[in-house]
Design a protein around this ligand. Structure first.
Ligand code: NAP
Length: 247
């Protein structure tokens, strides 16, 4: 299982409970990843060839890609390696967020378009996108930025913004407080879907704050389900282990 999401952690619980021989794979992006109830490996495989070698060496029979919807490279490698080896591949992917009444969303296709969508006048921007992609925003020197990161060690230049350290899931009260305390005028976010990171969008709606929402990157076609229960069904497990199917 390729992990790094809340759904992956939930599926790992279910697989451990069902005594499935499974390995959980992390990219190794965060310093203290959530401990999993499955044997865990950490780090990249070395592209498609490395992934192919790994799958063969470990005699893997099924692959579940439960990475984040924006982890497009890993997902694309999984499609390619599994196709080449003839292995069944399932993507566990949460549905994208949909706008509701009161939302002021501007959909953009990628990070560059999100930078271009920032207003002409100085804004106070909650940049909810992770540290790797901050630089092009910082080049827009008229704006002030709030970053929320999991690990310490990343600072913004003085007067350009601030960093808060926190790990999801985030509550609405927390995110309303964040918007108010930092007088946020714009939110930039990826359309990740799911519940853990949704509060910022609800908070933005309640405060009438515009959101620049980055669409998901394209990933080659693959079998996809939206819930842990469906992933268990795909493995032929849900009935035997008393999950929701047929109940
Ligand atoms: P990415 O751009 O698609 O992947 C870059 C490289 O990182 C991959 O080619 C692979 O290296 C390695 N990698 C990624 N996920 C891996 C995994 N689960 N196990 C082993 N190697 C992995 O991915 P990313 O956007 O940097 O995301 C990295 C991880 O963070 C993912 O596991 C994802 O679920 C999680 N995450 C991402 C986001 C996001 O917004 N992108 C948000 C929350 C969590 P090799 O080519 O060497 O195999």
């Amino acid at each position: 299982m390729l992990g790094g999401t809340t759904e992956a952690s939930r599926l790992a619980q279910a697989l451990a409970g069902a005594d499935v021989h499974a390995v959980f794979s992390y990219a190794g992006r965060t310093e203290a990843p959530v401990t999993q109830p499955l044997p865990t490996r950490v780090g990249g495989f070395g592209g498609v060839p490395g992934l192919r070698d790994y799958l063969q060496r470990e005699a893997i029979s099924h692959v579940i890609d439960a990475t984040h919807p924006f982890a497009a490279q890993m997902s694309q490698h999984a499609v390619q390696a599994c196709t080449e080896l003839g292995l069944p591949l399932l993507a566990l992917e949460r549905p994208a967020w949909q706008a509701q009444d009161g939302d002021r969303w501007q959909h953009v296709p990628d990070l560059a378009a999100a930078v271009a969508a920032l207003p002409a006048e100085p804004a106070r921007v909650f940049l909810a996108i992770g540290r790797q992609h901050v630089q092009p925003f910082l080049e827009q020197a008229r704006h002030w930025y709030l970053l929320r990161l999991v690990d310490p060690g990343f600072e913004l230049p003085e007067k350009r913004g601030t960093v808060v350290l926190d790990r999801g899931p985030f509550s609405l009260a927390n995110d309303l407080n964040l918007l108010d305390r930092h007088r946020i005028t714009h939110v930039v976010a990826k359309n990740a879907g799911g519940h853990g990171a949704q509060a910022k969008l609800t908070a933005a709606r309640q405060r009438g704050c515009p959101v620049i929402l980055i669409d998901r990157p394209p990933i080659p076609p693959r079998t996809t389900v939206g819930t842990v229960e469906q992933a268990l069904q795909w493995l032929g497990l849900s009935h035997a282990h008393g999950t929701e199917r047929g109940v």
